[in-house]
Ligand binder design. Sequence first.
Ligand SMILES: Nc1ncnc2c1ncn2[C@@H]1O[C@H](COP(=O)(O)OP(=O)(O)OP(=O)(O)O)[C@@H](O)[C@H]1O
Ligand SMILES: [Mg+2]
Length: 239
Amino acid sequence: MTFLSVCDLCVRYGRVEALSGVSLSLREGEIVTVLGANGAGKSTLLRAVLGATPSQSGSMIFNGQDVTKLAAHERIARGIVLVPEGRRIAISLTIEENLLLGAHLRRDMVQIKKEIEGIYERFPNLGSRRNLLASCLSGGEQQMLAIGRAMLARPKVMMLDEPSLGLSPLFVTKVFDLIKELNRDGLSVLLVEQNAGKALAVAHSATVLELGRVMMSGDPQTLAADPRLQEAYLGEAST
Ligand SMILES: Nc1ncnc2c1ncn2[C@@H]1O[C@H](COP(=O)(O)OP(=O)(O)OP(=O)(O)O)[C@@H](O)[C@H]1O
Ligand SMILES: [Mg+2]
């Protein structure tokens, strides 16, 4: 069953048309990846799905409800959560305070504390430094913190904007392993990636954006074998 469906989305920044009639759908429990060159509109798409960037037209159904007119905080409360490009960790706050930011729309403190402990179990590097400033973390650890923070918002669909960008090969593998693990636990994922090879390997479905339009979409194996995609995104740099 379709869980998230974006239909005919158009987003402009002044005269720049960043998205022109983009449609995309995700079934519950799936990983859908969105690929595309720099400036293709990938981040704009995720921010528009979150409701943080206004769209000129288009509609969006999530979990059986029309959410087109909802503000970002209302979409987050329904389970649409974004791990933004560049992670956006608050480096002047502690690791624990960063995690609590993810739960700011919630009031169930006891359960929140329990989930934070669960995150520390999953990421001992965060747990052992919970009261230190987030600035002490490496890029890879900050990405784990950003994902942990998003988990505290109780996502039903987690959108990740280039989570492996700038990370060491070890952390790239860790990030992809974590995405697979969260997905196995039932989380639906909308994943924007530059690392097309790895993204296609974990995804159930893929969409390629070019200059704000859907250039191709479908089954990841078919896309991975497509010469147009091979040429553009599956060069030696991405494997
Ligand atoms: N706030 C903004 N104001 C004006 N133009 C913007 C703004 N944000 C993005 N754009 C433009 O919209 C287009 C799509 O940008 P977007 O950031 O969504 O692309 P992207 O696919 O995420 O690129 P990247 O791979 O570099 O992250 C680009 O032409 C970009 O310059
Ligand atoms: Mg981007």
